[in-house]
Design a protein around this ligand. Structure first.
Ligand SMILES: Cc1cc2nc3c(=O)[nH]c(=O)nc-3n(C[C@H](O)[C@H](O)[C@H](O)COP(=O)(O)O)c2cc1C
Length: 143
């Protein structure tokens, strides 16, 4: 028997993805994204707001990296999710992390994060059959 609870995003835990991209002048910016996932063996899908600096950079440069942050970088990962490169041009420099250019794509690799995916933009809208849904209700087991 399940009981109703307030509407929740019940897909949990979410990943902590660090999305890094250059702007058109080659300046590094990084944001934190929880709404991202594997969408095929060689594909990743990200759900990022249009007004983020990172989104603008990805649209302009068409490449980015996605890193997995680890526990020792929790504070800086949080910072990347709170500060915006739109208002803080030196956001990445303030983080104290280090970036090198990927040999595969025109995007920065953040040296301190242990795992990175080097990505070319496949498309901004539909790259597959994508189904969007509003979560109208949620339930949890009573025990
Ligand atoms: C834990 C966490 C997860 C986040 N996940 C997302 C996300 O999946 N999509 C999104 O658009 N913004 C997400 N954000 C918000 C952006 O990281 C935040 O707005 C950031 O300032 C954008 O940076 P930028 O403008 O420099 O690109 C998240 C923030 C935090 C703290």
């Amino acid at each position: 028997m399940k009981k109703d609870i307030e509407t929740k995003i019940a897909v949990f835990p979410m990943p902590v993805l660090m999305i890094a991209a250059y702007d058109e002048s080659g300046k590094v910016n990084v944001m934190n994204a929880a709404w991202g996932m594997i969408s095929a063996e060689d594909k990743i899908a990200l759900f990022i707001d249009e007004d983020h600096k990172t989104t603008k950079n990805i649209r302009a440069v068409k490449a980015f990296t996605v890193s997995l942050a680890d526990a020792k970088n929790i504070a800086v990962a949080d910072f990347f999710g709170i500060a915006t490169g739109n208002k803080m041009p030196d956001k990445f420099e303030r983080s104290g992390l280090h970036a090198v250019k990927s040999a595969h794509v025109n995007a920065p690799i953040i040296e301190e994060f242990p795992v990175v995916m080097e990505c070319e933009l496949a498309g901004v809208f539909l790259t597959m059959t994508m189904t969007g849904a509003n979560v109208e209700a949620a339930k949890i087991s009573a025990q």
